[in-house]
Design a protein around this ligand. Structure first.
Ligand SMILES: *Cc1c(COP(=O)(O)O)cnc(C)c1O
Length: 388
């Protein structure tokens, strides 16, 4: 399958206004996503929120199928939540941690995850061990294998980090982790919607993602994949309506599916919008999306590198659609502002979001350009012209 660029751009009204190279922050939505959200909000206003939800029951249920299809998972392994952070936090806080155990992570771990890991270690007496990168700039698999033993409670890996171009070898980490009892929690926030993901091939127990980035869904949406096997072992620290059943005045039972990781109240309009985004991505084709994003990013990196004073900062054997660079003598915010004046959206990542990664590389900030499959070559040229 190849991508019909005219069709996907026609479906994306935002391309009329801006060259949007900030899909790693939040993508331009396809029209169908906006229409789905707005239609449900209207319906709530017309007939009442519960009544509108009842009317949409089948379509809400279908969202679980769509998200599951995206990950090659089963629908009862999916929990729909408000953000990737909520997904990651509920998964992480469900993993029992004992003093003396260790958590393994990598230099590219996402800021909120890293803070939560530090806090949990303070509280539980668990030790956080950061695995070094190898010479290519991805998690060092030999060092990881050496560190992996029966004392490891959790492996926390970010598949595609926010502020560098690497794609970490998630499946290789999965194959090694599966030989132990450690729980494997993958942050796939930047890979969902960009790369063709298969949770079985990756071998993760838990996977957290957001709706608004490469998946092109509404803000305020996220989801968790929890494998059937891990769901039998893990119970979230705070259960409520929907996550458990109140079986008698003094008893309760967690539900047997990943719904135990959800909380009851949510924006039904946004859930439906998330489903529309997943369906749209599936209709374009995840392998075609992966190929086009990877190709555009590779072209952007090589053209950026040819401009005097511009340094591409990406590393990794395998690289994602996230392109990071610095410009001699220019603050990242200046570059972003120059882009905005020319109608090009890029963003900035700072060391405060990447202490372990940027710290080790002596970087304080980078400019981040993240094209998507609906990006045209002309749009990349607009950014390159600004930099020239
Ligand atoms: C954006 C991001 C998150 C957080 O996603 P939210 O939906 O904002 O909670 C987590 N991990 C990575 C790698 C991210 O880029």
């Amino acid at each position: 399958m190849t991508i019909d660029l005219d069709r996907v751009r026609n479906d994306t009204p935002g391309v009329e206004h801006v060259a949007h190279l900030n899909n790693a922050g939040g993508a331009l939505r396809p029209q169908v996503v906006t229409d789905t959200v707005v239609a449900h909000l209207r319906r709530e206003a017309e007939i009442g929120p519960y009544e509108a939800e009842a009317e949409a029951t089948e379509r809400v249920e279908a969202v679980y199928d769509s998200v599951a299809r995206l990950l090659h998972a089963d629908r009862d392994e999916i929990a729909l939540v408000q953000s990737a952070t909520v997904a990651w936090d509920v998964a992480f806080s469900s993993v029992p941690l004992k003093a003396g155990q260790r958590i393994l992570t990598a230099r590219t771990e996402y800021v909120s995850n890293a803070i939560a890991l530090l806090q949990a270690c303070e509280r539980s007496g668990t030790r956080l061990q950061v695995i070094e990168d190898d010479e290519h700039g991805q998690i060092d698999l030999d060092a990881f294998e050496d560190a992996l033993d029966d004392d490891v409670a959790l492996v926390a890996l970010t598949h595609v980090p926010t502020g560098s171009g690497v794609v970490n070898p998630a499946a290789e980490v999965g194959a090694l982790t599966r030989q132990t009892d450690a729980v494997y929690l993958l942050d796939a926030c930047q890979s969902v919607g960009q790369l063709d993901l298969d949770v079985t091939a990756i071998g993760c127990d838990l996977l957290a993602a957001t709706g608004r980035k490469f998946l092109r869904g509404p803000r305020g949406t996220g989801f968790l994949y929890a494998s059937r096997a891990v769901t039998e072992r893990l119970v979230p620290p705070v259960l409520g309506l929907g996550a458990a059943v109140w079986t008698s005045p003094t008893t309760y039972a967690p539900v047997p599916s990943a719904l135990r990781f959800e909380t009851w109240e949510r924006s039904i309009a946004d859930v439906l919008g998330l489903g529309a985004a997943a369906d749209y991505a599936l209709s374009v084709g995840m392998s075609a999306i992966e190929e086009r994003v990877t190709t555009l990013a590779a072209r952007l990196r090589s053209d950026l590198a040819a401009i005097p004073g511009v340094t591409v900062r990406d590393k990794g054997l395998r690289r994602s659609g996230i392109v990071t660079f610095t410009v001699d003598g220019r603050a990242a915010d200046e570059v972003r502002a120059a882009g905005a004046r020319a109608g090009v959206n890029v963003s900035v990542t700072r060391v405060s979001s990447a202490q372990l990664d940027f710290g080790a590389r002596g970087l304080t900030e980078v400019v981040r350009a993240s094209p998507h499959y609906y990006t045209s070559d002309d749009e990349l040229d607009r950014l390159l012209d600004v930099l020239r």
